[in-house]
Design a protein around this ligand. Structure first.
Ligand code: PLP
Length: 424
């Protein structure tokens, strides 16, 4: 594509050259002021794939037509419904199909995984996490510590950025793990921090956790469908994610988990059990003791929520067609273009106009850039909204912008930067 240029013609040319441009047409866009919005909040709720209605309709029809027999005779038999996701998910998070499963909801899944992977003893009881993870994760860590009889103030160790900084240095994370190694039970971070957009070195963190004798798990809410992930190769113990952010599967939609295959069918680790985790051959016999099925599926509790999963299927088909490699390649260019334009603004208007807190190194971020506005506050955000752009504002002065490679254009990025420039 050559060097970036600060012009609408350059942006439009980049869109014409984009081999993924047709995917934009597979999504519905909300309207703002009577016009199709430029949507930069795929990190919060991804747009609806147009195929969702058809996929949902098929399940509604099959339920109508088959009743209970739909478990075995519908187009996609509900008995095995969760199996229709593992191949696609395995490509998105980088694991074997048996190591992941679509199930439940994110925070509930995190608790289920903590049951298995946070097993504190008097000697080893600490969890290392980000200083301000998404609040739900904090509540999960604190309540798990209390559940096991520990004081969260002691058991939950937060990784703090250095004085005056927003990001974490990998070396500081590794050092903290080393410092707590004799008391450490678990390291559990977000793959990408929801606020700063920082992508962590999950491989190095996992290695350090294992060296310390602890487990390593990641909440991939902001990483799944956004960053390149290799959970199996990185030797990560467990992970969980939601599907309504970058995975575009609808509000409150079915989530997913990954568990490394070394834990498959293990009966010596605690697991909260339910009938859907029972091995399928004898699941419907409904007798005898629990026999865990192979892989991550053993953590399932209930039968598949078919309607939210139908939406998920529609979205994963789009990911299968686009491919994570191609998406990530475009994402690097698209976010790179946003960064280029923002740096031009900073050059022109001075360092007090705006600051990018997300890492400059593309290997340490996904598509999102988090911006701080030191001088102006919410009026910038209001002008952005007025211009037909949906962005995300965090009080007192942070805007998060996520150019999503599936449906955002270089032109969107250019227009957003123009609006900002005119405000600052
Ligand atoms: C979005 C998000 C959640 C939300 O949890 P739900 O259980 O899906 O409501 C939790 N943790 C992180 C890190 C998130 O980004």
């Amino acid at each position: 594509m050559g060097m970036y240029k600060e012009s609408i013609d350059f942006a439009r040319e980049a869109d014409r050259e984009d081999t993924l441009s047709e995917f934009r047409g597979r999504f519905w866009f909300p309207e703002l002021n009577g016009k199709e919005a430029r949507y930069f909040t795929g990190n919060s709720l991804g747009l609806q794939p147009k195929a969702v209605e058809k996929y949902l309709q098929e399940e509604v029809e099959d339920w109508k037509k088959w009743g209970v027999e739909g478990h075995f005779h519908s187009r996609r038999p509900w008995f095995a419904y969760h199996e229709f996701f593992s191949e696609s998910l395995s490509r998105i998070v980088g694991c074997k199909p048996s190591e992941c499963v679509a199930m439940g909801s994110l925070t509930a899944n995190l608790h289920l995984l903590l049951v298995s992977f946070y097993r504190p003893t008097k000697q080893r009881f600490k969890i290392i996490c980000e200083q301000r993870p998404f609040p739900s994760d904090t509540y999960a860590f604190h309540s798990q510590a209390r559940f096991h009889g520990f004081d969260p103030a002691e058991a939950v160790v937060e990784l703090k950025p250095r004085e005056g900084e927003y990001l974490l240095h990998t070396e500081d994370i590794l050092r903290t793990i080393e410092e707590h190694k004799d008391e450490l039970a678990l390291v559990c971070l977000g793959g990408v921090n929801y606020f700063t957009g920082q992508l962590f070195d999950m491989q190095a963190i996992t290695e350090a956790a294992h060296r310390a004798g602890a487990f390593a798990g990641f909440d991939l809410a902001h990483a799944a469908g956004n960053a390149e992930l290799k959970l199996h190769d990185w030797d990560v113990d467990f992970a969980c994610w939601c599907s309504y952010k970058y995975l575009n599967s609808g509000p409150g939609g079915v989530a997913g988990i990954y568990v490394h295959e070394r834990f498959s069918r293990r009966t010596d680790i605690p697991r909260f059990e339910g009938w859907w985790g029972h091995e399928p051959e004898t699941r419907f016999r409904m007798e005898g003791a629990f026999v865990p099925m192979e892989g991550a599926g053993a953590w399932q509790l209930s039968n598949a929520p078919v309607f939210t999963m139908a939406c998920h299927r529609a979205s994963l088909d789009v990911f299968d067609a686009a491919g994570m490699d191609r998406l990530r390649a475009k994402s690097l260019k698209l976010t790179g273009y946003l960064e280029f334009l923002l740096k031009k603004i900073i050059e022109e208007k001075g360092p007090q106009s705006l600051r990018i807190i997300t890492p400059e190194d593309p290997a340490q971020r996904g598509c999102q850039l988090s911006l701080i506005f030191p001088a102006k506050g919410k009026e910038v955000f209001e002008a952005v909204t007025q211009a037909g752009i949906i962005a995300d504002w965090r009080e007192p002065n942070v805007m998060r912008i996520a150019p999503v490679p599936l449906y955002n254009r270089f032109e969107d990025v250019f227009v957003f930067a123009e609006v900002l420039k005119n405000q600052l």
